[in-house]
Design a protein around this ligand. Structure first.
Ligand SMILES: [Zn+2]
Length: 340
């Protein structure tokens, strides 16, 4: 009888252990039946004398109680371990889910943010490799395939038409725009090529020169930006090497603004003819503005003969802008024509 009670107790303990084991388990549930099976054979009554049988039954009961206690402890320990594993997995999964959600939210916020930054530089975080990331309107800077400057090589040598210059001494103003010294020239200075007439808007300087000719660059360059009546852009590049001082450059340097973004309007005139080389041979190709927004469909005319500036004139600019030059861009098989 006592055996039956004990057996019932063991079943109850096992049932309770099973019921408590609510957490999802990774271990096979087959352990418990096996554990019970290993106990059950000992419960069978043995055929012996009544006194011996009585003693044996009591021993068996004690033995059974110990086994039940041991089994229960074992089951509880396993349960605790499984619960701990499950909780750890839940916490890890929750942490992973939160992290993924946060990353997705951050990416969505970043993508939704309209990019209209205006600060750019020639080096570092805001440099040429990242210009298109600063402002959505500057995408061409890194995705365009007709960008400037390029290395002018393997040009097709042809009898290029002469460029007709119609430049005059003109009033002007100057600004240090944070990227270069820019000279805005009053209207009335024209350049005609390919049946189109372009009016000079402004010129500015780069150091080192951005253009390469067969891999070779110059110390500086002047970019003279022209626009046609229907807003087509033509930029004339005049390469600058060390040599004699240039009078037009001296006029510009004489009137430098004292502060960035401050416009100086001198009461004198500037003769743009003084920056043009005597020889009018040139390279020409289709490219872009070489600074943001990197607009393409710009006609480039690069004069073959460099002009000179004195070492002092070069040194003065380098104090303001030691490096304001975009790296050479892939030519992507663009045609370059050059005067024979
Ligand atoms: Zn330029």
């Amino acid at each position: 009888m006592r055996n039956l009670i004990a057996l019932f107790a063991l079943s109850l303990v096992t049932a309770m252990a099973n019921a408590n084991d609510a957490a999802p388990t990774t271990k096979p549930a087959a352990e418990k039946p096996a554990a019970i099976a290993s106990i059950k054979p000992n419960l069978r009554p043995t055929a012996a004398t009544p006194a011996a049988a009585q003693k044996s039954e009591e021993d068996a009961e004690v033995d059974l109680s110990v086994r039940i206690a041991e089994k229960l402890a074992e089951l509880r320990a396993k349960q605790a371990l499984r619960a701990e594993d499950a909780a750890r997995a839940r916490r890890a999964s929750e942490a992973r889910r939160k992290k993924e959600a946060a990353a997705a939210a951050a990416a969505a916020a970043e993508a939704a943010k309209p990019k209209n930054g205006t600060h750019w530089t020639y080096e570092g975080e805001f440099g040429p490799e990242n210009w298109s990331k600063i402002n959505t309107a500057w995408a061409s800077c890194n995705t365009g395939n007709r960008q400037s400057p390029i290395d002018l090589r393997d040009g097709i040598k042809v009898d290029l038409e002469q460029i007709a210059f119609d430049y005059h001494p003109s009033s002007f103003n100057e600004i240090d725009n944070g990227h270069t010294i820019q000279v805005n020239v009053a209207g009335g200075n024209f350049l005609s090529v390919g049946g189109t007439t372009y009016e000079l808007q402004q010129f500015h300087f780069h150091r080192p020169g951005e253009e390469r000719i067969n891999g070779k660059g110059t110390e500086m360059v002047v970019h003279m930006v022209h626009k046609s009546y229907d807003n087509k852009i033509a930029i004339l590049a005049v390469l600058l090497e060390r040599g004699d001082a240039n009078p037009m450059i001296q006029t510009v340097w004489n009137n430098l603004p004292l502060e960035k973004h401050m416009t100086v309007t001198p009461s004198i005139v500037l003769d743009v003819n003084e920056i043009l080389p005597a020889r009018r041979d040139y390279f020409t190709y289709m490219g872009s503005l070489s600074e943001p927004p990197c607009t393409e469909n710009v006609l480039w005319i690069v004069m073959k003969q460099p002009m000179t500036a004195s070492p002092q004139q070069m040194a003065l600019f380098s104090r303001l802008y030691p490096f304001n030059s975009r790296p050479v861009q892939p030519s992507n098989g663009r045609m370059v024509k050059e005067s024979m």
